[in-house]
Design a binder for this molecule. Structure first.
Ligand SMILES: [Zn+2]
Length: 350
């Protein structure tokens, strides 16, 4: 994997504000921040890199947390939320001793712009027309909603999965490699993948997207939900399995979660933040006239408010990752958490 520094930013890259901000932060972070290029995608006018940043202790025995954005190019606010949090950490490195202590026993991984070609052109899919969040080689276990659940009819229609049997797209592959190399196999690892465009509320989704079955680590997710409710109250989030809303083929987090189960080493909890963008539309109906309006706050003060709104949760998750051994349920409480979770999210008593 190529080591990447801000100085080596490719000159052929078309200007993309999110990547320019990333170069600035890599530069500011100095020796505390390590950046690497995972892939390069061709776009009109040149190439754009898929760049990951890591901070903290690389020891596989410490917990890890990943921040992901820009999987869907149209949902720029997701990339901006990740960059805003990375920016706050980088700026605090100069003076915040507690942050330095935190990084001694924690690994942090950032991939703010998974799909730079899509961000550049303002499209959900990558430049090949593939929806990266439908691109994993997995089919749903039940019928999925037409098109939205993932389709192989045409790359000209949205939610295209890619050709059957084709390798994963370079962007999806880059994300999977990064999670595999940096996070899977740690005693505890979590990821937060930031999206927008669904509903009125901010939601935190966990697997599965392809099945209505509960995930194996439902008790752990329930324990995390409990410390979130206790430690960050009041908070705006609704935590739930994605399958409560709709099922999809090819979800990358389902795919990586299954890989962690096969690996059978440590607990991996992938979370997706779905920012409730319809609220921004409701407050400013003119947003409907813009293609970006359904997915991004268009007014500057609202954008700042959205960024600020999520910083506290991202910081909470960093602390939760570091202190995971204190809240993860042990043998005496795991059954109880599991039962409560089934009642809460699956309305089952068995
Ligand atoms: Zn999305």
């Amino acid at each position: 994997m190529a080591v990447f520094t801000a100085d080596a930013a490719p000159v052929v890259a078309p200007a993309l504000p999110e990547l320019q901000e990333l170069w600035r932060l890599i530069d500011q972070g100095g020796a505390m921040v390590r950046a690497r290029e995972l892939a390069r995608v061709s776009v009109a006018g040149g190439e754009l890199p898929v760049v990951a940043v890591t901070m903290g202790n690389p020891d596989p025995a410490v917990p890890g947390l990943g921040f992901i954005g820009g999987v869907h190019g149209l949902e720029r606010i997701g990339a901006q939320v990740v960059l805003a949090y990375l920016g706050s950490l980088v700026r605090r490195l100069r003076w915040d001793l507690s942050l330095h202590q935190q990084l001694e026993s924690l690994r942090l991984v950032f991939l703010p712009v998974v799909n730079p070609g899509g961000v550049l052109t303002g499209s959900r899919a990558n430049p090949q027309g593939v929806d990266l969040m439908r691109n994993a080689p997995q089919d749903a276990e039940h019928p999925v909603p037409f098109l939205v659940g993932g389709q192989r009819l045409s790359r000209r229609l949205p939610w295209y999965r890619g050709a059957i049997g084709a390798p994963m797209q370079p962007e999806s592959d880059a994300l999977c490699r990064l999670v595999r190399e940096e996070l899977l196999g740690r005693p505890v690892a979590m990821t937060i993948d930031c999206h927008s465009g669904f509903g009125l509320h901010d939601r935190i989704w966990f697997p599965y997207a392809r099945s209505r079955r509960p995930m194996r680590h439902l008790a752990e997710v329930h324990a995390l939900c409990e410390v979130l409710d206790q430690g960050l109250s009041p908070h705006p989030y609704i935590m739930e399995p994605q399958s409560r809303h709709y099922l999809t083929h090819g979800d990358l987090w389902d795919h990586l979660y299954d890989e962690s189960i096969t690996l059978d080493r440590g607990v991996f909890l992938p979370m997706t933040l779905e920012m409730g963008s319809w609220l921004w539309v409701k407050k400013n109906p003119r947003q409907l006239l813009s293609r970006h309006g359904m997915f991004n706050p268009l007014i500057e003060h609202r954008q700042r408010r959205v960024l600020r709104r999520h910083m506290a949760w991202l910081d909470f998750m960093t602390r939760a990752a570091q202190g995971a051994s204190r809240w993860m349920p042990g043998p005496e409480s795991r059954l109880d958490h599991g039962e409560q979770a089934l009642i809460r999210w699956y309305r089952r008593r068995d």
